[in-house]
Design a protein around this ligand. Structure first.
Ligand code: HEC
Length: 235
């Protein structure tokens, strides 16, 4: 009997510990996100629709949205921006931080790649702009028509990707998704970053750096642009 009591008490303690660590403490930490940064705009309607498409198509399974501190990963040198802070996620519900990095972090893709044209081409056929990419194409977000009416965006495709007898155009879903991607820009400065200890040496490169790295750096060299000026200014 005493043994059973011990097991029950032990199990209850473990459950309590896990609840504290996984639910209560993160909720307290995230409360600091209740005052959104002035520079962060809420999602527009188009961006919110694009965000739903991002969720529905599972982009989060290959892309994180959480640049890390230099002590954890070389994200800044990859041009992914300063480490994110809880406030950056003020308008995100559910958050899309992700855990996998098959592709680059997208938290600042709007600052890094602001071209609508590039995004449409890339979504239609990733390998047409990023040779060797293993990102799937999303051709079902596009239509093929004979005649492009005014106000409709034709997708810029290299000759070998063009469709014979028609022009590839973006559907509203594709345009909304691109709007969402362009809105991902958290390069504004923040006071919430932990201050670096002047005595701290720069973190040595460890084997872990490679674990979080995105596949093959050759493959990605075209997509990892140097940090944009705005990102540099916040460091
Ligand atoms: C199977 C994994 C996978 C999925 C799913 C995926 N991607 Fe990617 N993505 C990649 C890889 C790998 C790259 C890097 C090569 C390239 O540019 O295509 C990439 C690159 C990107 C880039 C360019 C990033 C940069 O820094 O230049 C954007 C934007 C992007 N993906 C958006 C999306 C969106 C939006 C979705 C969902 C509709 C999505 N991805 C789904 C793997 C994926």
């Amino acid at each position: 009997m005493t043994r059973a009591l011990g097991i029950i008490a032990g199990a209850a303690l473990i459950l309590l510990y896990a609840t504290m660590l996984l639910l209560i403490m993160p909720a307290i930490q995230l409360r600091t996100g209740e005052n959104p940064p002035a520079a962060l705009a809420p999602y527009t309607e188009a961006q919110a629709r694009g965000r739903q498409t991002y969720i529905a198509l599972g982009c989060v399974y290959c892309h994180s949205q959480q640049p890390r501190d230099a002590s954890l990963a070389p994200d800044m040198t990859r041009g992914w921006g300063r480490p994110s802070v809880p406030k950056d996620y003020s308008y995100d519900n559910p958050h899309l931080m992700g855990t996998m990095r098959t592709g680059p972090d997208l938290f600042n893709i709007g600052a890094r790649q602001p071209s609508v044209d590039w995004h449409l081409t890339h979504l239609y056929a990733p390998r047409s702009v990023s040779p060797g990419s293993n990102m799937p194409g999303y051709p079902f977000l596009f239509d093929v028509i004979d005649f492009v009416p005014e106000g409709v965006t034709a997708v810029n495709l290299p000759p070998e990707y063009r469709v014979r007898g028609g022009t590839v155009i973006a559907t509203p879903d594709a345009m909304d998704l691109v709007e969402y991607l362009l809105g991902l820009d958290h390069t504004y400065p923040t006071d919430d970053l932990p201050q670096a200890d002047p005595d701290d040496q720069p973190a040595a490169k460890s084997a872990d750096d490679d674990k979080v790295s995105v596949l093959d750096t050759d493959l990605l060299s075209g997509t990892l642009l140097p940090p944009v000026a705005k990102v540099g200014a916040t460091q």
